[in-house]
Unconditional design. Sequence first.
Length: 280
Amino acid sequence: MYRRVAVVTDSTACLPAQLTDQLGIEVVQIQVRIGDHTDDESRIPVPDLVSAMRSNVPVATIPPDPGAFFWTYNELAAQGVRSIVSVHVSGRLSATVEAARAAAAQVRVPVHVVDTHTCGMSIGYAVQAAGKIAEAGGSVERVLATAQRRFDRSTELIYVDTLEYLRRGGRIGAAAALVGSALSMKPLLTMADAQITPLDRVMGADRALNRMLDIAIKRAGTEPVDVAVEHFDAEEKATRLLRKLRRGVPNVRQFMLTQVSSAIGAHVGPGALGITVSPV
């Protein structure tokens, strides 16, 4: 079916390429720098990034250049798209949304740039839902409303082995208050006020993950939801967490297990886990 509206996002949405290709969603890559080497995050092997982080090699993330958005938007316009909805990671975590806005001002079709004030699969599920509406020929108003409703209602829960990587990358936000906690105290974090915010502190990793699981199950309730478990170099733990969620959440439309983008992994660090609960 002819698409009047195209959906664009950035690579922190953590969506599998097969899904974005199927729905015609364009993904603009955030870049990762390891030492002196910089590349699109999709071309950075995760084992290389993990090894660098554990060896204290300098790692940084770089938002897309406005030119990357400009050419993406222009190519969509050349295909006959009448409007573009561009959905991105929180502006308090990345300048990505600023780059998108700079490019949007220079193209000939309307581009609606959306700051989701969140990250990860809270963006991913919103983009997936918006992409389905766009693919079916929906109006730009419906596409925007669908994305907005999904990310506004989503919950992003985050477990990190240490806050050190968030501190190094300057993305620690209100969670800075937890720095210096005893090593045995494991922080649980969430997204609030467009930044990473403390949710709880629990003694020991296993108890922290069980606590995160309990919170996710409670927030899912009995209404229809999509649930994702995200990880960075922690697939075995993520698989166990997903198995428990399958038993504990009664009304799930879609489960997803995914490794977070390298740009997110560069800040949360190896061993990080997350749960996204996104009401349908």
